[in-house]
Design a protein around this ligand. Structure first.
Ligand code: AMP
Ligand code: ZN
Length: 436
């Protein structure tokens, strides 16, 4: 069987697809057993050898893996290959100080590239396209992830990374960019800056936007399409499952094909953790079938979605998932960056001048998200001399930026000024409206 052939795998019938999955799962189980973490977890349910799994259904015996497991095994507890085999790492926010780190060996990266290549092809990208990748290059997987797939597809790649909107627009104009990869909120921001940058819609050759990394509605997609006169495709991924190209829309734009040859999908009830009925919304649970340096089995993504009914006219057999409908935890996605309130609390609690109450407020300023941390401080620091207050604001802003990778606005309040809730404190106020 040609297991890694790029595109024909997308049209396999279910039986053949499951056969590929099982083959790949067994390999992943074999490497997972090399880590003390999975050796114990799998051993507890009687899996000591890959052959202890006879069919894909047997995967359900395996306990779930969570972000906390990744934190508890930080940094190398889940590394299943020799450190010399690792050629790259990526990281995402953890719930507290420690990030979630993922390792890739050379073959892991080339298998991931295969997926990003396929995703780009599925949404109609061609060799003649000029691809401007506005996702941040770095520990975040958004930038480098699609980069290599685009090169594999022999597109003309402009690795412009995130930010610097004027330059982005200039590049788009000067190099005739036809495809961009960005967060949906950044697409709107680009649009809002065009006048000032002296770039007109007719100066652009854009025909597609690949939008992902943050939740967005169908209305927002349509708005982006209408403003620029382009097609926009939803792209879903998470670093625990490599990064972008876990699920991607094809040119039919009717849900994202979840690349089942690479990821085993389950949708479970978020409370009972039992499978939901076909087509019902639940928590997406994924097993990575193609990565050996960091095997992750039955990962609770905390993202809510459903499997879309029927088959896709494009003929691809991989199931389609609906756009993400929310999260089961309190993770915020602010301009595409994941932020856990607990990360902010960790920093705030270390400030000796902090009073008893704080709030995290997320708002829209134009098209972009703004995070404000409102903090009550003791009366001493609120004296007439504002120098201490400025210094504290500077320190806190920097400490928060170091922890969550985005710069918040820090506001101080007198004791008792912030609203107090009876019962459980409401620390997070999200005023961005309908995200999902
Ligand atoms: P990271 O691991 O930092 O790439 O973050 C992954 C998370 O970003 C996912 O678990 C989702 O909550 C969110 N995310 C990524 N892509 C999308 C998308 N297309 N729609 C909604 N949320 C997304
Ligand atoms: Zn399709």
């Amino acid at each position: 069987m040609r297991v890694y052939s790029p595109e024909d795998i997308e049209y396999l019938d279910r039986r053949a697809l499951e056969a590929v999955q099982l083959l790949r799962l067994k390999k992943v189980i074999a490497v997972a057993l090399a880590t003390p973490f999975y050796k114990e977890r799998l051993g507890n349910v009687g899996i000591r050898h890959p052959e202890d799994l006879e069919c894909m259904e047997d995967l359900r015996k395996v306990p779930f893996t969570t972000k906390d497991d990744l934190r508890d095994t930080y940094p190398y507890g889940l590394l299943a290959v020799d450190k010399d085999e690792v050629v790259r790492m990526h990281a995402s926010s953890g719930t507290t100080g420690k990030p979630t780190v993922i390792y890739y060996d050379k073959e892991d990266l080339s298998r991931w590239t295969g997926l990003t290549f396929r995703s780009l092809r599925a949404c109609g990208c061609r060799r003649s396209d000029v691809f401007q990748n506005m996702m941040t290059y770095g520990l975040f997987t958004g930038g480098l992830g699609l980069h290599y797939g685009a090169e594999e597809a022999e597109m003309f790649v402009i690795p412009s990374s995130g930010g610097n909107t004027r330059r982005q627009l200039q590049l788009m104009k000067d190099f005739g960019t036809t495809v961009v990869h960005a967060t949906p909120s950044y697409m709107l921001h680009l649009w809002s800056q065009m006048d000032e940058a002296g770039v007109k819609k007719r100066d652009l050759k854009l025909r597609k936007a690949l939008i992902g990394a943050e939740p967005h509605s169908e209305d927002l997609r349509r708005k982006i399409e209408k403003l620029f006169g382009i097609d926009a495709y939803n792209s879903y991924g998470l670093s625990e499952m490599n990064g972008p190209s876990v699920a991607f829309e094809c040119t039919e734009k009717n849900g994202m094909h979840l690349w089942e040859d690479a990821y085993r999908i389950e949708i479970v009830d978020k409370d009972t953790l039992e499978p939901v009925a076909d087509g019902e919304v639940g928590e997406l649970v994924l097993t990575n079938l193609i990565r050996h340096a960091s095997p992750i089995l039955r990962y609770r993504t905390k993202d809510l979605t459903r499997i879309m009914p029927g088959s896709c006219p494009c003929g691809r057999t991989a199931v389609r998932v609906d756009r993400m409908m929310g999260r089961t935890d309190d993770m915020l996605i602010i301009n595409g960056v994941n932020v856990f309130p607990s990360q902010i609390e960790d920093v705030v609690m270390k400030v000796p001048e902090a009073g008893n109450n704080y709030r995290i407020v997320v708002k829209k300023n134009g098209t972009l998200d703004v995070l404000t941390v409102e903090l009550e401080v003791g009366p001493d620091i609120l004296s007439d001399d504002t120098r201490d207050l400025y210094a504290l604001r500077g320190r806190l802003t920097e400490a928060l930026k170091a922890s969550i990778s985005i710069k918040p606005v820090v506001e101080f309040h007198e004791p008792g000024q912030l609203p107090v809730q009876e019962g459980k404190a409401i620390r997070v106020v999200d005023e961005r409206g309908n995200l999902y």
